[in-house]
Design a protein around this ligand. Structure first.
Ligand code: BGC
Length: 368
C-alpha cells in the first residue's frame, strides 16, 4: 500500500497544494480513489486508480467557461460499472488480436474472446478494471504514478509485467502520460489511453463539427471482423485523409465504395515527421487539443457505438440522451493485431528490456 492510500483512509485529505485525494469506495477488496490535480492556471485533471483512468479534464473555452472535455463521470458507480474503457489505461494489449491467439517462439497462446472471434483491449479482465497502486510524485507539476503487477498468464498472456503509468498535469494544460513496463518472460505489450474527448464539454453536443488534422499518410484497412488485412494503404483521396484540417462529420453518411460510410474506427500509420501528430479544434468554444506521441499508430474512433452511455442512466448521462458520436477517441498505440502481423512494428517485450512510451494531450484556445 502506498503512502497516498494510507493518508486517505479517513476520507478526503489534502496531500499537498496541488493534488487532492478522495476515497470513492471499495471494489473487490481494494480502495478506489480519485486524485484531483490542479495546475497553476487553476485547471483540473482528475484521475482514479481504478483502471489508472482519466475521469475529467477541466479547461476553459475562449469565453472563460470551464468544462470537462472528456466523457468521464466523477461517480463511483459510473467509474466501476459504466464504460470501462473510457479514459482508462488499456493493457496488456490495446486493440484487437485476431482469433484470440498468437504465437511467440513456437508457443501458441490462447486468449479470452470478447469481441466477435477476437480479443479486444487485453480481454474482459484487462488492466482497465484493475485497482492500481498510486503514488503522488513530488516535483514542479502535479503528478500521480500508478503501478500494477500483472501476473504471468493473466488473460492468457505470458510473463509477469510490472507496469507504471504516470500522469503529469502541466501549467500549459498538458496531460503527459508516461508508460513504462518490464517483464520476466518474453511477451507482447501495447498500451494506450482510451479517453473520449468532446471539446464542447461533455454532454454539450456531438463531435461532427470538430475539425481534425491527423498527420498520417496511410492507415491499416480491416477485414469484416475489424482485423487489419496487413496492407498499409495511402489515405489520399479517401474519407480517411485528415492531413489537411477537416470536420469529422464531413464524410459520415456518404457513399463510399458500395456502402455508406458510417464513421471511423481505424488505425492510422503516423508520419511522425512533425512534433504534433494530431490537432482537434472546436470552433464554437475555440478549444484546441494537440496530441504528441512516440507511438507509431493512432486509432481514431468516432464514437460509433456508445450504448454504454445510456446504461449510466439519465443522471450520469454524459451525452445528450446517450447518442453516439458524443465523444471521439484518438488512441496512441502500436498497430492492432501486431503479434500476428510480421510486417507491423514489433510489440515484443523481452526480459531485461524496458518498455517506455509518452503521449501528450495539450489543451489551448484559438480565438478566431
Ligand atoms: C475500438 C472500437 C471499440 C471501442 C470500445 C476502440 O478502441 O477501436 O472498436 O468499439 O474501442 O470502446
Amino acid at each position: 500500500m502506498t503512502f497516498s492510500m494510507l493518508i486517505c483512509s479517513q476520507g478526503c485529505e489534502q496531500q499537498n497544494d496541488n493534488v487532492e485525494i478522495k476515497v470513492l469506495g471499495e471494489h473487490n477488496g481494494s480502495e478506489i480513489y480519485t486524485y484531483t490535480l490542479t495546475n497553476k492556471a487553476g485547471n483540473v485533471l482528475k484521475v482514479t486508480n481504478f483502471g489508472a483512468k482519466i475521469v475529467s479534464i477541466e479547461v476553459p473555452d475562449k469565453f472563460g467557461n470551464m468544462d470537462n472535455v472528456t466523457n468521464g463521470v466523477d461517480n463511483f458507480d459510473a467509474i466501476i460499472k459504466g464504460d470501462l474503457y473510457g479514459g482508462a489505461t488499456i493493457g496488456r494489449f490495446a486493440n484487437r488480436i485476431a482469433n484470440a491467439k498468437f504465437t511467440l517462439d513456437g508457443v501458441e497462446y490462447t486468449l479470452p474472446v470478447n469481441n466477435r472471434p477476437n480479443t479486444l483491449h487485453g480481454g474482459p479482465n484487462g488492466w482497465y478494471v484493475k485497482a492500481w497502486d498510486a503514488e503522488i510524485l513530488k516535483g514542479k507539476n502535479p503528478a500521480v504514478k500508478f503501478t500494477y503487477v500483472s501476473p504471468d498468464m493473466e488473460e492468457g498472456f505470458p510473463g509477469t509485467i510490472t507496469a507504471s503509468i504516470t500522469y503529469t498535469w502541466t501549467d500549459k494544460n498538458e496531460v503527459i502520460i508516461d508508460y513504462s513496463a518490464t517483464t520476466d518472460k518474453k511477451t507482447v505489450i501495447n498500451l494506450t489511453n482510451h479517453a473520449y474527448f468532446n471539446l464542447h464539454g461533455t454532454g454539450k453536443g456531438y463531435i461532427f463539427e470538430h475539425i481534425l488534422t491527423l498527420k498520417a499518410s496511410a492507415y491499416t484497412p480491416l477485414n469484416e471482423v475489424q482485423i487489419p488485412t496487413g496492407e498499409i494503404r495511402p489515405v489520399k483521396g479517401t474519407p480517411y485523409d485528415f492531413n489537411e484540417p477537416k470536420t469529422i462529420g464531413h464524410h459520415i453518411g456518404e457513399t463510399y465504395g458500395d456502402a455508406t460510410f458510417r464513421g471511423y474506427d481505424d488505425n492510422y500509420v503516423l508520419d511522425n515527421k512533425e512534433k504534433v501528430n494530431a490537432i482537434v479544434y472546436e470552433p464554437k468554444t475555440g478549444r484546441v487539443m494537440e496530441i504528441i506521441t512516440d507511438e507509431p499508430g493512432m486509432q481514431f474512433y468516432s464514437g460509433n457505438s456508445m450504448a454504454w452511455i445510456r446504461s449510466l442512466g439519465e443522471e450520469n448521462n454524459a451525452a445528450p440522451q446517450g447518442n453516439i458520436r458524443s465523444g471521439l477517441a484518438l488512441e496512441t498505440q502500436h498497430f492492432p493485431d501486431s503479434p500476428n502481423q510480421p510486417d507491423f512494428p514489433s510489440t515484443v517485450l523481452n526480459p531485461g528490456q524496458k518498455f517506455k512510451s509518452r503521449t501528450i494531450y495539450r489543451f489551448s484556445i484559438r480565438d478566431n
